[in-house]
Write a protein that binds this ligand. Structure first.
Ligand code: PNW
Length: 486
């Protein structure tokens, strides 16, 4: 008997559980067949020192060859859906839509069909940070034409896979590939352009998303009837003292609002407070134009309302203090440009997880869900990522079990007490993978991957048993955690 008979902690009927991965982090096969390099291939090859263990994604978890194992795992866990991303440069090696790789097409078709055979819904992310290098050579996300290049790519993907794939995420975490990438230079494409490149990327990514959404809406929705949105990564921000309430709300607009207000608010456009602050700063810097490129009325209308749900990636939280100039750091634990005078820190009781940016505060998730509903209305919310980093602790990942349990509790409370319409939850991640700047040092997998083994053997951790039990019971009320079967 796995599931408890009594208990009030059931998930609503129809609530879906899944797990996610991303192409560069798992596939490997970086130069197989006609695949061209992405910005991450170039970045790690040119700057091995940027990655903690000097590793890269050349082989990664080898999912280009081991995709059947991944499907098997997803099936054993009982996942309702599997979120994976397409490597743009595997499907369209020239970056543009007039040449489609047969090999790329076959790889994703096999994966989709394999999932469907096991009754697992495929959910595709079109862009999880691996821009074709050939497009980066033309300026990448700082070139306004990228919105058309991306829209063309999206159309190819919808045409090839839209008959079987009903949920699409256009962009994963523009806050990372725009703000963090350009404000630090540490992530691909390795271009340091704080407060400039980041805002160009910000604007062009919003337009790219909107165009891809509208293409689906006009050309594919009538026959396929799916859903499209993007996945925003948001930290919960809490005021450090009563005096910091106002600055905290401003910080939320810079972190969450920057990539949500244009799409999800009624009025559209940049968050007004962000527009005002950056305009003032730019003026003080002696500039005639704000560094935040304006959105024309036409662009505002193009972007506004381009969603069928809100995709939320949640991991961690911060407290916010008004900063003196010398203490100022961005809305991230990295130095770089920040246009708001805030100092971000954490509460001493928030435990640090297996990487420097990660502090655990489960209540932050519920508070954020409530804030999103208040800010943007009563929309459907998918949690598109949530999970814990750990150092290599083997298979007994009890901290991860706790993390999942405590966060799922907060999701249930948000649904039951606050009436937030959360309809899906996605664990990050199915299997250990290349964790960007942390290389293979920090682990997020429900399944461990043995990187010493050429076969990249996958082994379930305690968290896999726990998650499988939650899915099986559709509840947090579990008598016994599934101990075998995986
Ligand atoms: C996300 N933070 O990135 C990405 O979508 C995944 O590719 C990644 O592996 C996963 O979360 C774990 O890191 C994040 O600083 C990177 O709060 C940084 C943060 C959060 C998420």
């Amino acid at each position: 008997m796995v599931c408890a008979v009594v208990g009030g902690r059931d998930f609503p009927p129809g609530f879906k559980f899944g797990a996610a991965t991303a192409a560069y982090q798992i596939e490997g096969a970086w130069n197989v067949s006609d695949k061209s390099p992405s910005v991450w291939d170039s970045h790690v090859h040119a700057n091995p020192d940027r990655i903690i263990d000097r590793s890269n994604g050349d082989v990664a978890s080898d999912s280009y060859y081991k995709w059947k194992d991944d499907i098997e795992i997803a099936s054993k866990l009982g996942l309702h859906f599997y979120r994976f991303s397409i490597a743009w440069s595997r499907l369209l090696p020239k970056g543009f839509a007039n040449y489609i790789s047969e090999d790329g097409k076959k790889y994703y078709n096999d994966l989709i069909d394999g999932l469907l055979e096991k009754g697992i819904e495929p959910l595709i992310t079109l862009y999880h940070w691996d821009l074709p290098q050939v497009l980066q050579d033309l300026g990448g996300w700082t070139n306004p034409l990228i919105s058309d290049w991306f829209a063309d790519y999206a159309r190819v993907a919808y045409s090839l896979f839209g008959d079987r794939v009903k949920i699409w995420i256009t962009l994963n975490e523009p806050v990372m590939f725009c703000d963090i990438a350009y404000n630090t230079g540490a992530l691909a494409p390795g271009v340091y352009s704080p407060g400039r490149g980041s805002f160009l990327c910000n604007k062009h990514s919003m337009i790219a998303h909107a165009k891809a959404y509208r293409i689906y809406d006009e050309e594919f929705r009538p026959k396929y009837n799916g859903k499209v949105s993007l996945a925003n990564q948001i930290m919960w921000f809490e005021p450090a003292t009563e005096d910091d309430v106002e600055i905290t709300e401003i910080a939320r607009q810079f972190m969450a609002g920057m990539y949500s207000h244009p799409i999800f608010s009624k009025e559209g456009g940049w968050p007004p407070v962000m527009e005002r602050i950056i305009a003032e700063k730019s003026k003080k810097e002696g500039l005639n134009h704000s560094r935040l490129p304006p959105l024309t009325q036409e662009e505002i209308e193009l972007i506004r309302g381009t969603y069928d749900f809100f995709g939320l990636n949640f991991y961690t939280s911060r407290t916010v203090l008004t900063a003196k100039e010398e203490e100022k750091i961005g809305p991230w634990p990295y130095k770089g440009s920040s246009d708001i005078d805030v100092h971000l820190t954490v509460k001493p009781e928030w435990k640090n997880a297996g990487t420097k940016w990660f502090f655990i505060y489960p209540e932050g998730l519920r508070k954020l869900l409530v804030w999103l509903k208040k800010e943007y209305g009563d929309m459907e919310i998918f949690i598109t990522e949530n999970g814990l980093a750990s150092y290599d602790i083997g298979l007994d990942d009890h901290d991860r079990v706790e993390y999942y349990k405590e966060h799922l509790e907060q999701v249930l409370l948000a649904i039951q007490e606050d009436e937030v319409k959360v309809t899906a939850y996605t664990a990050w991640t199915l299997i250990d993978n290349f964790e960007w700047l942390d290389g293979y040092r920090s682990k997020f997998g429900l399944y461990q991957v043995d990187y010493e083994d050429p076969e990249r053997k996958r082994t379930p951790r305690a968290s896999a048993h726990y998650y499988a039990s939650v899915i099986k019971c559709h509840s947090l009320d579990i008598d016994n955690i599934i101990s075998d079967e995986l």
